[in-house]
Write a protein that binds this ligand. Sequence first.
Ligand code: SF4
Length: 400
Amino acid sequence: MNKSLVLCNAPFNSIVITPEQTVRPCCKYASDLGDLNKQTIAEILASTTVKNLQKDMYAHIWPKACEECKISEEIYGQSVRLRLGTTSRTKQGCVNITYLEISSSNVCNLSCAGCSTRFSSGWLKYAKVIEKTTDTEFYRSIIQEAPIIKPDNKLLIKNLTELDLTHCIDIYFKGGEPLMNTDMLAALRYFDEIDILRKIIIRMDTSGAVIIDKTINETIALLCKAKQVNFNISVDGPEDVQTYIRYSAKNMASLDNMRNFISVFEKNNITFMVAPTIMVYNIFSLDKLIEWWFYEMRPAFKHLTLDIYLFNFLIGPDYLSLRALQPATISKLIDYYNNIIKTKAYGSVFSHLPDALKNIEYGGDKLHNQMVKYTLDMDKIKGQSIYKSIPELTDEMVLI
Ligand code: SF4
């Protein structure tokens, strides 16, 4: 069994370049280690901020910025920390990069529930029309009005050239939407030039709701040089749930568009993973999502590997997390998934779900009411209807 040497490997082995062009140890860490517009990446990694964080990790002290991992482990027994490991032997003061995440722009054409202008430029037009009252403060502080950050290929490559990537084994493109971010192709060209692609697993979070442009052939050719390529495609539920959560006025994230997107890569060795963000809107219909993925998509793309991951429980924003649902609803959901498990219709894919649901502690009436308020306000702003798209949530849509 692996012995825990540090609280978390991330500050020793992992770097994330955020949409604000700052550096963090992982995507869940709620603070910046430095700003690439003011410092070089080498300066940031050698800073006292990084050294102090590493010191906490050696002392097994949970930094405040790591709260999301802590909460996720307490409720669901899962976290990015547990995925990244706790056995790093990298010396304090050094960063030996094995994992690199590039989310260097927030350009995206969707305005997904639970997302914000930090990660999607598509949210900005909706953020601007939200009523500025104390009642909306709880979600305005999350959605924010972050400016659109366009890719800056020169800045990214300049910083990548300062890194020793010889031990890097995992590179993850997130966003914004990576396929709308020209930094992705610039980075792939650079990784090819320094000849590291063949030993790297490339992962990408993509909405799949993108217009495929003329650069796709070069992108595919470079991706195919990697040791392995995994796309996490953003599908969160059956058609109405999917287009409700992954919102765009033109329904860009429809399941038909997802299928068309996957077909572009049909002849390439790419693994597609559906890892829905489990939240108040899709917890009622995960079986229908599985039905589509297992029984429509898998037979349609026999040569592709189509995986599924049902452990991605939304923690924040907390008003869309399962903690916002009343205990009676959670009880019904436990029965619902227990009955599905009994039928053995989908193998063991749901076996963990009843226990995960049992662990949920109701966040209280205030949180529940925030979920109702956010949902109804967004329906008005975006022109959606929760009752039409997710009728199973109707009983919950009452202020307590
Ligand atoms: S504990 Fe979690 S938030 Fe903190 S550095 Fe590790 S992975 Fe990131």
